[in-house]
Write a protein that binds this ligand. Structure first.
Ligand code: SF4
Length: 243
């Protein structure tokens, strides 16, 4: 019997109609820079990158929950080293029944082949809606003729700022999800704030995300998060992660 990838259900902020799949945060994020954090595969001990401004929420979950960490490494170990076709076949065979699939709560498109495999899966499954946030915008750009500035009808893409390839977001005018520290910051930029991911997969305009998760002590992000929490906002990690 084929070993299949592990999908999860939406976390605290996502609709239960959404299935998710994740890979190890940081380890599979070649475009990560300001968010870069990694939870050790064995111990779960978290390590921030040299230029971390806001700590990766997903890495924090991996540090907290061993089963989350193990599931993500299980998926990564299963897909890596395969061809585009092999990865697409594996992903397709593993797809859950939900109609909406969020590609990655933790992790990112770690190679062009892996990115291409998901595009292929979306083409083979027009009745499902796939969406992703990504800092691997350099890989997206390689498929720009096909995917455009926000993805296509059933494969929606959202550039995530704070990565190594941010300049491409402006250059190609990509749809982006901008992490903001305050609601006022979002208003100044004229961006709607997304609270449940719906702006990521229902429309093609850029939007804002309020900072969440645990942040490095003493950082600007940490101070901003305290303010948001006092207002009852930010910090979606109320429930145990399932991805
Ligand atoms: S790209 Fe996403 S998953 Fe990867 S380290 Fe950054 S925030 Fe975490």
């Amino acid at each position: 019997m084929t070993t299949l990838l592990k999908f999860g259900k939406g976390n605290a902020k996502l609709s239960k109609k959404i299935a998710t799949i994740s890979l190890p945060s940081g380890f599979t994020c070649p475009g990560a820079l300001e968010c870069l954090s990694k939870a050790n595969k064995v111990t779960g001990k978290i390590k921030d990158g040299a230029e971390t401004v806001f700590r990766c929420f997903s890495a924090s979950q991996e540090a907290l929950y061993r089963n989350v960490r193990e599931n993500r490494w299980f998926n990564f170990d299963l897909v890596k080293g395969k061809t585009v076709e092999e990865m697409a076949d594996l992903i397709e065979a593993s797809l859950p029944k939900q109609d909406i699939i969020r590609i990655h709560v933790g992790g990112d498109f770690f190679s062009q082949d892996y990115f291409d495999a998901w595009v292929l899966v979306s083409e083979r499954n027009p009745d499902k809606l796939f969406y992703a946030y990504t800092k691997s915008v350099n890989l997206w750009i390689n498929l720009f003729d096909k995917l455009g500035q926000a993805g296509v009808k059933n494969f929606k893409l959202n550039a995530s700022r704070g990565g190594r390839h941010d300049h491409l977001i402006e250059e190609f005018m990509l749809k982006e999800a901008l992490v903001v520290f305050t609601e006022e910051q979002a208003a100044e930029k004229g961006l709607l704030i997304d609270h449940d991911d719906s702006l990521a997969y229902t429309q093609d305009e850029s939007f804002a995300l309020l900072l969440h998760g645990a942040q490095p002590a003493g950082s600007e992000a940490s101070k901003a998060l305290q303010v948001l929490k006092k207002k009852g906002k930010g910090g979606y990690a109320k429930k145990k992660a399932t991805a």
